[in-house]
Design a protein around this ligand. Structure first.
Ligand code: MG
Length: 274
C-alpha cells in the first residue's frame, strides 16, 4: 500500500526540552551529571546517573512524574493526532530511551499514534533501578557510519534505512517526512530521497549543518521554528503528498477537517470542487 511515513525525533522535536537533561535537573542530579560528563559517553552517563539516583532512594515513579511535566506544545500534540488520523505511519527515532519516551507519550495519550519507537532500550532490574543500554552496542564494534555527526550508540541514518526497508516490504510506494533538531538528525536527512521531505528545526544544529551545504540533500527542506509552525508545515506537506498520490477522493471527508490555514492554498486536482 502507498503511504506517508512520518519519522519524529523526540527531544526538542516532540517535547520542547531534552528529556535526559530534564530528568537530571528535575531530580537534582545536575552537579553529578556535569562532573561525570567528561568521563564517559552520554548514553553510559545517563545509565550511571539513574543508578546514583536509585541509590539515593529515587523511584521509577519519581522519574515518570518529572517526565510527565516536560513541556510539550499543544500544536505538536495536534499535529501528531492529525497525521495519524490522515492515515500516516508515524515512527519515533530518538537517542533518548524507551522508558522516557513512553512515559511522555502515554501521559499525553499519543502512544497509540506511533507504530514504532526506535531508541536506546531500557529495562528495570530486580532492584527497581532503570537501566539504559545503547541502541548500537559500541563495545562490540562501531556502527560503521563515517559521517562524523552520529554518536557511537546510534546512527539514525542506518535506522532510517531499516525503517524504509520494512515499510517497503508490503510493496507500496512510501514517501518520508523527517522531523528533527539535532546533529544526529543530519545523517538521516542525507539518506532521504528526492520525493521525501526534511523538516529541520530552524536555528538548531541540524539546520546549521544543512545550511553549510544544502546541495547534499536530495529531499525538499521545509524548516519550522515552533509547534504552530511545525503543525502547519507538516499538515501542508501531508496534504500535498495525498493530492500528488491521487488518493484525495477516499480521503475527502478527512481533508475537510484540516485547519483552514492548511486547506487554503492546497492544490486541488481537476474535477474536485472546494
Ligand atoms: Mg532532538
Amino acid at each position: 500500500m502507498d503511504g506517508v511515513v512520518v519519522v519524529f525525533d523526540f527531544d526538542k522535536t516532540i517535547i520542547d526540552v531534552d528529556s535526559d537533561n530534564w530528568v537530571v535537573d528535575g531530580l537534582g542530579a545536575t552537579e553529578l551529571f556535569d562532573r561525570l560528563l567528561p568521563t564517559m559517553p552520554w548514553n553510559t552517563l545517563i545509565d550511571t546517573v539513574m543508578g546514583e539516583l536509585h541509590a539515593q532512594g529515587r523511584t521509577l515513579r519519581d522519574v515518570a512524574d518529572v517526565l510527565r511535566a516536560a513541556p510539550i506544545d499543544p500544536h505538536v500534540v495536534a499535529a501528531i493526532r492529525a497525521a495519524h488520523s490522515l492515515g500516516c505511519d508515524l515512527r519515533v527515532l530518538s537517542d533518548a530511551n524507551r522508558f522516557f519516551i513512553e512515559a511522555v507519550l502515554d501521559h499525553h495519550g499519543l502512544r497509540g499514534c506511533f507504530s514504532e519507537i526506535n531508541t536506546n532500550p531500557s529495562r528495570v532490574d530486580a532492584d527497581g533501578r532503570l537501566r539504559i543500554a545503547p541502541h548500537h552496542d559500541f563495545h562490540a564494534g562501531p556502527h560503521g557510519c563515517g559521517l562524523g555527526t552520529c554518536p557511537p550508540n546510534m546512527c539514525k541514518g542506518q535506522v532510517l534505512d531499516r525503517i524504509r526497508a520494512s515499510a517497503a516490504a508490503d510493496g507500496g510506494r512510501k514517501r518520508f517526512i523527517y522531523l528533527g533538531d539535532g546533529r544526529g538528525d543530519y545523517c538521516p536527512s542525507l539518506r532521504l530521497a528526492r520525493e521525501d521531505f526534511m523538516m529541520p528545526r530552524k536555528g538548531f544544529p541540524v539546520w546549521d549543518l544543512i545550511c553549510e551545504n544544502p546541495g547534499l540533500l536530495q529531499a525538499e527542506v521545509h524548516p519550522w521554528s515552533d509547534g504552530k509552525d511545525m503543525e502547519e508545515t507538516l499538515l501542508r506537506l501531508i496534504s500535498r503528498v495525498l493530492v500528488e498520490e491521487s488518493t484525495l477522493l477516499p480521503l475527502d471527508c478527512k481533508l475537510e477537517s484540516l485547519p483552514v490555514a492548511v486547506h487554503d492554498g492546497m492544490p486541488m486536482p481537476l474535477g474536485v470542487k472546494n
